[in-house]
Write a protein that binds this ligand. Structure first.
Ligand SMILES: Cc1cc2nc3c(=O)[nH]c(=O)nc-3n(C[C@H](O)[C@H](O)[C@H](O)COP(=O)(O)OP(=O)(O)OC[C@H]3O[C@@H](n4cnc5c(N)ncnc54)[C@H](O)[C@@H]3O)c2cc1C
Length: 488
């Protein structure tokens, strides 16, 4: 019998980041992961600009950037070239080539340092929830144990048991095609090799091996049936019309273009994040990145809820914000596949022309990477968006906006020195910014999104409401702020 505040099922990118965020927020967190050790193969190989921007809000991006390989564009399917990131709204105008497994290692180390208990070799089998708690049964291969938590989060991948047992619907479309994937050694050149009838084999360089991808003829009824080297070999040979030997298989699998989205991301004390909440076609290399985005959005909200400091309704904004993001991701990944499959359609021609236009190219890059995430409409361009990592001077110290967020707390960034009275309601940091002249102050949520932006002449109008909504503490300044407008 074990008690914890939050039990996270699954130690993939979503589960590890979420658990660390919860621990940063002062919440006892336990992860159960059914694999005793991290599997030796690696699925994803990139972090996009949005992920790097988010990770930088916790001081985690620079180390990864130093290790990885930068490319100045975002991957896309169905358009002639990648999308340029040079002018995109990001502090990291590049994609980072880095194994998903390495990102997981970094997150796991951070989570462990923050005190998260990680129980590997433990599978979540079942759970029941009451108004106060969730009681789970976890099995380690030899015996089962009960873990009781105040909340359970399913970060347990696309076939999520948590989602199924919570009775959360997963509507969408089945796969229309499957592809075989093999991490192998072979003499095929990198890129696309076409056979006599125009069908192709795709070869991606990987460290010490290559990843071979080929559409599968006659996939088995059970899409989870193991893929053998013989099957991959036969498919590659059939497509190329000749024999090319595949050797030393490291990982063989099958994937398709199914797209499904959980009907709701919360059912009482049970929540979903990452692939457990959405699956989509493999276009734009987005899966790890969306998983991190979900976890980053949920962590501080759930931590505040467990601590009892969350404003009314805060936890439900997780579904409101990330389910909407999930709908857009399904739409844009499916659209990329549609472009790829029908390059001669007028729509594909139109999209190629949009992508060839610098403004169109930038818009597509921001949409596909999730950089366009905006949780509040209208108002100042920063409102609802991830506030850019502008340089700041705090006292005599040069710093930057992202560094203020490393502790994971909301911050009222005061660029005029007149918002000090708000310190009874929210942490206030007085700073000057050489690059920001149209903002007096900005309320930053713990995830770095701007919840309120004060512009010159507007005083603190609307700030009390924003503090009430997102921070939940007493929104009344301790003493008269002396500001020209607003306040309560
Ligand atoms: C071939 C391939 C290539 C990909 N390439 C990319 C790419 O280049 N870029 C990108 O961004 N994404 C890529 N993805 C997608 C990416 O790998 C996933 O979207 C990402 O791993 C999702 O993270 P997650 O934490 O939600 O789930 P997962 O990483 O799937 O983690 C779920 C974890 O839960 C555990 N688990 C499951 N059930 C239980 C249970 N009952 N109890 C305890 N533990 C459980 C699993 O063992 C697993 O460790 C690729 C995927 C594939 C298949």
């Amino acid at each position: 019998m074990l008690e914890t505040d939050v039990l996270v099922a699954g130690a993939g990118p979503a589960g590890l980041l979420l658990a660390a965020e919860l621990a940063l927020g002062g919440v006892r967190t336990t992860i159960v992961e059914r694999h005793p050790v991290r599997p030796p193969y690696c699925r994803g190989f990139n972090l996009n600009s949005r992920s790097l921007d988010l990770l930088a809000r916790r001081g985690l991006a620079a180390g990864l950037v130093a290790e990885g390989h930068r490319v100045p564009h975002a991957p896309v399917t169905g358009l002639p070239g990648p999308l340029q990131l040079t002018d995109a709204a990001t502090d990291h105008p590049f994609s980072l080539g880095i194994p998903q497994t390495r990102v997981e290692e970094v997150l796991e180390e951070w989570a462990a340092d923050l005190g998260v208990d990680i129980l590997r070799g433990h599978e979540l089998r079942s759970f029941t929830q009451s108004p106060e708690s969730v009681s789970t049964v976890v099995h380690n291969g030899r015996f089962g144990r009960t873990i009781t938590a105040r909340f359970l989060v399913g970060c347990d991948g696309g076939r999520s048991e948590v989602r199924k047992q919570a009775g959360i619907g997963f509507p969408g479309v089945d796969a229309r095609w499957y592809a075989l994937l093999g991490d192998v050694e072979c003499e095929l050149p990198y890129g696309v090799s076409a056979g006599p009838d125009g069908r192709t084999v795709f070869v991606i360089p990987r460290p010490g091996y290559v990843r071979v991808v080929v559409r599968e003829d006659d996939p088995p009824a059970d899409k989870y049936a193991p893929v053998t080297l013989e099957r991959l070999q036969a498919q590659v040979d059939a497509v190329l019309g000749r024999h090319v030997e595949l050797r030393s298989p490291r990982w063989l699998t099958r994937f398709g273009d199914a797209a499904r989205l959980a009907t709701h991301y919360r059912e009482g004390r049970v929540l979903l994040a990452g692939d457990a909440a959405h699956i989509h076609p493999p276009a734009g290399a987005i899966g790890v990145n969306v998983a991190l985005d979900d976890a980053f959005n949920l962590g501080w909200k759930l931590a505040a809820t467990v601590r009892g400091t969350a404003p009314e309704g805060l936890l439900d904004t997780y579904h409101a914000e990330r389910h909407t993001a999930g709908e857009r991701i399904l739409a844009n990944t499916r659209a990329q596949v549609a472009l790829d499959e029908a390059p001669d359609e007028p729509l594909a021609d139109l999209m190629r022309r949009v992508a060839a236009h610098p403004a169109g190219n930038r818009a597509l890059a921001e949409i596909i990477t999730g950089l366009d995430a905006r949780y509040e409409p209208g108002g100042h361009p920063w409102l609802g968006r991830l506030a850019p990592d502008v340089p700041l001077v705090v006292g005599a110290t040069e710093t930057h906006l992202a560094a203020l967020l490393h502790p994971g707390r909301a911050v009222l960034l005061d660029l005029t020195g007149v918002f000090g009275a708000w310190s009874s309601a929210v942490e206030v940091v007085a700073a000057s910014s050489p690059s920001t002249s149209d903002i007096d102050a900005v309320l930053l949520r713990p995830d770095g999104h701007a919840a309120w932006v004060g512009t010159p002449g507007a005083g603190d109008e609307g700030l009390a409401e924003a503090v009430r909504r997102w921070v939940g503490t007493n929104p009344v300044p301790a003493v008269s702020s002396g500001l020209p407008a607003g306040g309560e």
